[in-house]
Design a protein around this ligand. Structure first.
Ligand SMILES: [Zn+2]
Length: 247
């Protein structure tokens, strides 16, 4: 069966609905917090403040597959939308109790609740959510190179996620043989995150929570095998990965 939400020849099974989220989409600081990092203005342009390239890729996948896209509205420097309530690194340590409450009310909760509601609605219709949480990672951390270009994070104990990621990475390796592909790297798929939180809400046959991790060397690159090319390869491989349209 052809998914009516899938445009132009892309065949996702009708029982699966894609939802795209981007927890580290922006380095935006609302005005009331602007002075917090005034002594470190360069921080706002680094991976500490947001995931460079992630928003562009999230929007591109959302458009290609006609899927809803939810994006965080504030920098992770203030509140990290990929952390659960109570996580010790949820907030910037400089924030007082009023500021923390305001960030939850104005940014964190509206974001998480809107995305969760969309997925709950899909599951309540008897369909299955394919949740893609789009991130990028810095290729160098503390003088250590992360040896990967693209990775998928999932829970290895949930067979639908494991099988889907296997199919997707196989399709991508066929399309782009030079890419360094990894699973559950540079983080474990079961570490705290939005997908990990949602796995507690939905059964494995109704919810596949996959975190994409793309090296930030790509958004900074151009040319033959640069950022535009990689985004196209990711979208094209997703269109064929276990979703009915095998080549
Ligand atoms: Zn991220």
């Amino acid at each position: 069966m052809i998914n009516p939400f899938a445009p132009r020849g892309i065949a996702l099974p009708a029982s699966h609905q894609l939802v795209v989220t981007c927890e580290h989409a922006t380095n935006h600081l609302p005005r009331r917090y602007a002075l917090l990092f005034a002594d470190r203005p360069q921080l706002l342009d680094t991976h500490c403040a947001y995931d460079p390239g992630a928003l562009e890729l999230a929007k591109r996948l959302s458009q290609r597959f006609s899927a809803p896209c939810f994006t965080a509205t504030v920098s992770r420097l203030l509140v990290d939308c990929n952390r659960s309530l109570g996580h010790r690194h949820l907030f910037a340590p400089e924030l007082d109790a009023d500021e923390r409450a305001a960030l939850l009310r104005d940014h964190y909760l509206p974001y998480r609740q809107a995305a969760t509601a969309a997925m709950t609605e899909i599951v309540s219709r008897g369909a299955t959510v394919l949740h893609l949480s789009v991130h990028t990672f810095t290729p160098w951390l503390d003088d250590t190179e992360r040896r990967a270009d693209f990775a998928l994070l999932y829970d290895p104990r949930r067979n639908p996620e494991k099988a889907f990621c296997h199919d997707w990475l196989t399709a991508l390796a066929r399309l782009a043989p030079g890419l360094r592909l990894r699973r559950n790297y540079p983080y474990r798929g079961v570490a705290d995150g939005f997908t990990t939180a949602l796995r507690r809400e939905f059964p494995e046959e109704r919810y596949l929570g996959i975190e994409l991790e793309v090296s930030q060397k790509f958004p900074a690159a151009s040319g033959d095998h640069g950022w535009q090319w990689l985004q196209e390869m990711i979208g094209r491989s997703l269109a064929t990965a276990g979703w009915g349209e095998k080549d």
